[in-house]
Ligand binder design. Structure first.
Ligand code: HEC
Ligand code: HEC
Ligand code: HEC
Ligand code: HEC
Ligand code: HEC
Length: 484
């Protein structure tokens, strides 16, 4: 009797379990979403399909030469060609299945995704439009955003609406009241409110987990909750201007004049522009190589102007006890570093020596195999998966176990114990704030995973992944007295 009852219970329990599993498959795991509203889910992009196809940037460039030349060589122009992206995409498909590619491509090549042209990782056989990444006709076809209807109720995963035209003629959208000759017969013009707002950038600069909507990258939110947003200094005011104008906007909150905007979209990615310049030289396109190297120079200069360091001795009972290093984010409009914070590395390297040059303290020195020692004080984040274990891949990471970045105009203090042996009177310090795109092993894994049709040797001349270059954002040498 009891046996039957418990079997019965077991059976009912199993029915309940199956029912649960059934709902779990049909319903989103964490936040609600509406698949009719977001037909390209997990990308949240929307597309008003019409007879007007997407126009490749080369066509726009026939009439808008200046914008074309500025954009061509930007990280936006490389967003789909990027071998690091292609490597990660290839890994994503293997790990999660093909559906996840819509999420990635909605931001990295929106036109190639919505038209269904891109079928997966790789570049072979794709049209110039699909290869052109974040191109003219993406941004200037944006007719609206759905930032508040998203699963997280924040901008995320490409929450913008693309409308290339009316039924038959292209309509390009921009921030200004169109002149009568606008479009030169090729397109009509429409004024929008959000091309001069950060909302345009927000849709793609908020990368959320494809299923649980955890904010993996939240550059827009970091900006929005900081002082630059309050003072109306937008993404465009630092990233769509030359370096001098960027510094002025960051330092004095001066809004650039209309004629000062440039389509550079320059950020911090010096590795990609450097590799791509090598590729352009191999194909004999010296002009493109030059523009890419100009982007490289700007990114390095931007990193070098983002932060400042204060180094102060701390005395106890009249004797040197500690060193305080204050890292200040002085010119990044969002946290420093931002975006892929669980991949980017920004850290302090500190060395202290006595009068004879004997080493008293060393922290954060890169090891011969390219990795960082455990004691390195890093400013970035550690991702973890649902099992609470360390993870890097964006389809696994659903929270951060450590998120240690520096807010805009904010700072972080780091203390180093330093009590020199008797007889030492003065200590020489070298403190560096260093940056690289990724950990050596992570970079090797990503570049090692590029799809078969992308030959890194043929395109970039790479035999193996070189030791990743490091940018010294700030270097400070100071001498401090041991007795106060
Ligand atoms: C990431 C989004 C984005 C991309 C990609 C982009 N633009 Fe723009 N564009 C903007 C924004 C924002 C403005 C307004 C800022 C400004 O220039 O005042 C703008 C302004 C313009 C203007 C108005 C005149 C001017 O320069 O101020 C033209 C024309 C233009 N873009 C053409 C292009 C062309 C051609 C391309 C491709 C080669 C392109 N854009 C790529 C965002 C973009
Ligand atoms: C919401 C838009 C968006 C989505 C969705 C998205 N990305 Fe990105 N991705 C970005 C932006 C913006 C950056 C640049 C951030 C930065 O510079 O740190 C980026 C950078 C990257 C990079 C670093 C490239 C480099 O050269 O360092 C990789 C790799 C990458 N994405 C892969 C993916 C993959 C794979 C997916 C899908 C699983 C994906 N992305 C989904 C917007 C997106
Ligand atoms: C046949 C020439 C021609 C082509 C091709 C062309 N445009 Fe234009 N466009 C113009 C002219 C002329 C204007 C008005 C003068 C100006 O602002 O530069 C204009 C204005 C614009 C503006 C400014 C709108 C505003 O806010 O005032 C944008 C944005 C723009 N075009 C985007 C594009 C994009 C994106 C493409 C490619 C899909 C493109 N154009 C292709 C001729 C052209
Ligand atoms: C359609 C999606 C999309 C839109 C809209 C967009 N971006 Fe991006 N942006 C990307 C992607 C994807 C990347 C990274 C490509 C890569 O690293 O492979 C990127 C890269 C960048 C970078 C270079 C980052 C680096 O590491 O150097 C800057 C700067 C940038 N975007 C600024 C902007 C600004 C400013 C706007 C708004 C005017 C904007 N973006 C709008 C998708 C977008
Ligand atoms: C006050 C100037 C300023 C403003 C405003 C600003 N940025 Fe930046 N941005 C910087 C600086 C400086 C860096 C280089 C340091 C760093 O990586 O944070 C940077 C870096 C970046 C990067 C590269 C990150 C990487 O990992 O390679 C992206 C992407 C970016 N910004 C996007 C944006 C977007 C989107 C906005 C608006 C929501 C914005 N920025 C607003 C100054 C600014």
């Amino acid at each position: 009797m009891t046996m039957i009852v418990s079997l019965n219970r077991l059976f009912l329990g199993m029915v309940a379990l199956f029912a649960l599993a059934g709902t779990a498959a049909a319903e989103p795991a964490v936040f609600d979403f509406n698949r009719d509203f977001y037909p390209f889910y997990p990308s949240l992009i929307q597309w008003n399909k019409s007879n007007v196809p997407f126009t490749p940037p080369q066509t726009c460039g026939q009439c808008h030469q200046q914008q074309y030349q500025e954009w061509n060589g930007s990280v936006h122009s490389l967003a789909f060609l990027d071998p690091v992206y292609q490597g990660e995409l290839n890994k994503a498909v293997k790990a999660v299945g093909h559906d996840i590619t819509r999420q990635c491509e909605g931001c990295h090549s929106a036109a190639g995704m919505v038209t269904g042209e891109i079928k997966g990782p790789g570049l072979a056989g794709l049209s110039p439009m699909a290869l052109s990444g974040v191109s003219c006709d993406i941004c200037h076809s944006v007719s609206g955003v759905t930032h508040w209807q998203t699963p997280s109720h924040e901008p995320e995963n490409g929450s913008l609406i693309l409308t290339t035209g009316g039924q038959d003629k292209p309509v390009k959208r921009g921030p200004f009241k169109p002149s009568p000759e606008c479009g030169g017969g090729f397109h009509d013009c429409e004024q929008t409110s959000f091309h001069l707002k950060a909302d345009l950038c927000a849709s793609c600069h908020q990368v959320y987990h494809y299923d649980s909507h955890f904010p993996l990258e939240a550059t827009y939110n970091e900006w929005k909750h900081g002082p630059y947003a309050q003072l109306d200094i937008l993404c465009q005011d630092c990233h769509m201007v030359d370096m001098k104008t960027f510094r002025e906007a960051a330092d004095t909150f001066r809004k650039p004049a209309r004629g000062e905007y440039r389509h550079y979209f320059n950020g911090a990615n010096y590795l990609l522009t450097y590799l791509s310049a090598g590729a352009a030289k191999k194909t004999g396109d010296q002009q493109l190589a030059k523009r890419l190297m100009a982007q490289y120079d700007m990114a390095v200069e931007r990193l070098k102007s983002a932060a400042e360091l204060d180094v102060e001795p701390v005395y106890r009972n009249g004797g040197l006890a500690e060193l305080r290093v204050r890292v200040k984010n002085v010119r990044a409009g969002h946290n420093l570093p931002t975006s892929l914070t669980n991949v980017r590395q920004m850290w302090l390297e500190v060395t202290a020596r006595d009068e004879k040059g004997e080493l008293l303290l060393s922290s954060g020195t890169v090891q011969p195999d390219g990795t960082l020692p455990d004691d390195a004080r890093l400013f970035n984040s550690d991702g973890m998966g649902k099992d609470f274990h360390f993870a890097v891949d964006p389809w696994v990471v659903t929270s951060f176990s450590r998120h240690d970045t520096i807010p805009p105009r904010g700072y972080k203090d780091v203390f180093y114990g330093l009590t020199p042996p008797a007889g030492v009177k003065q200590v020489s310090l070298e403190v560096k704030l260093r940056y690289r795109q990724a950990d050596q092993k992570v970079a090797e894994a990503l570049l090692g995973a590029v799809p078969k049709d992308m030959d890194l040797k043929a395109i970039y001349g790479l035999d193996k992944v070189p030791q990743l270059p490091i940018v010294d954002m700030v270097v400070k040498t100071v001498a401090v007295r041991v007795r106060k």
